[in-house]
Ligand binder design. Structure first.
Ligand SMILES: Nc1nc2c(ncn2[C@@H]2O[C@H](COP(=O)(O)OP(=O)(O)OP(=O)(O)O)[C@@H](O)[C@H]2O)c(=O)[nH]1
Ligand SMILES: [Zn+2]
Length: 198
């Protein structure tokens, strides 16, 4: 029998009509912590098959306020549009602000970037790894919904490795192309040159 690595409490499933399509939403909580994640999905659960999937780390600055400093918000919207178009898919929205260092530290990292450091150097300066995220919980959420085969919307190879290690088959990587602008250029090129993004 498979034993979950993380105890999850699954909330109610509700309808969520949005600007980008009609979805359903389910919140999850990691038992014993205050960490809450949420999934947005379209399609019939427990129907098997391959699910177009986005594992998205929260980014208050971009997802909510539309910041140009990174590409998160645009990736989220693009993912919603692609899932709507396909009629089947899921976004696992993880409470993993600032690549897992939290909002306060991310904003300190932004301050250091205003002084010339790149995103990797700023994290290191604050005593963190360049990326502190762990995607195990995303795999656990997918498995709890009986989703085991995915087409993953990402440019980050770490997410693919983590899914495979946690028993989710990534049948395809679907790249997300986001336009550079004067504010996100350094951020995006650092992801390519220093963080192994594709
Ligand atoms: N520490 C830190 N985190 C940031 C910074 N800018 C954005 N983030 C966070 O980075 C996370 C998104 O990571 P990205 O590296 O942009 O993308 P990814 O999720 O690894 O890869 P994709 O699947 O291709 O989008 C979100 O949690 C953001 O809050 C920054 O300058 N420093
Ligand atoms: Zn962002």
């Amino acid at each position: 029998m498979y034993t979950s690595k993380i105890e999850l409490i699954q909330g109610e499933k509700v309808k969520l009509p949005t600007k980008y399509g009609d979805f359903e939403l389910i919140p999850f909580q990691e038992e014993g912590t205050d960490l809450e994640h949420v999934i947005l999905m379209k399609g019939v659960l427990h129907s098997g098959g391959v699910w177009l999937t986005r594992i998205h780390s929260s980014c208050v600055t971009s997802d909510i306020f539309g910041s140009y400093r990174c590409d998160c918000g645009e990736q989220l919207i693009k993912s919603m549009e692609l899932i709507e178009e396909k009629g089947k898919g899921i976004i696992v929205y993880l409470q993993q602000e600032g690549r897992g260092i939290g909002l306060m530290n991310k904003i300190s990292a932004y301050k250091l970037q205003e002084k010339g450091l790149d995103t990797v150097e700023a994290n290191l300066h604050l005593g963190f790894a360049p990326d502190e995220r762990d995607y195990t919980v995303a795999a656990e959420i997918l498995k709890s919904l009986n989703i085991s085969m995915i087409q993953l919307l990402t440019n980050n190879p770490e997410k693919i490795i983590s899914m495979e290690e946690n028993g989710i088959t990534v049948v395809e990587r679907v790249p997300l192309y986001i336009k550079h602008n004067e504010h996100n250029h350094k951020y995006l090129t650092t992801k390519l040159s220093k963080m192994g993004h594709l």
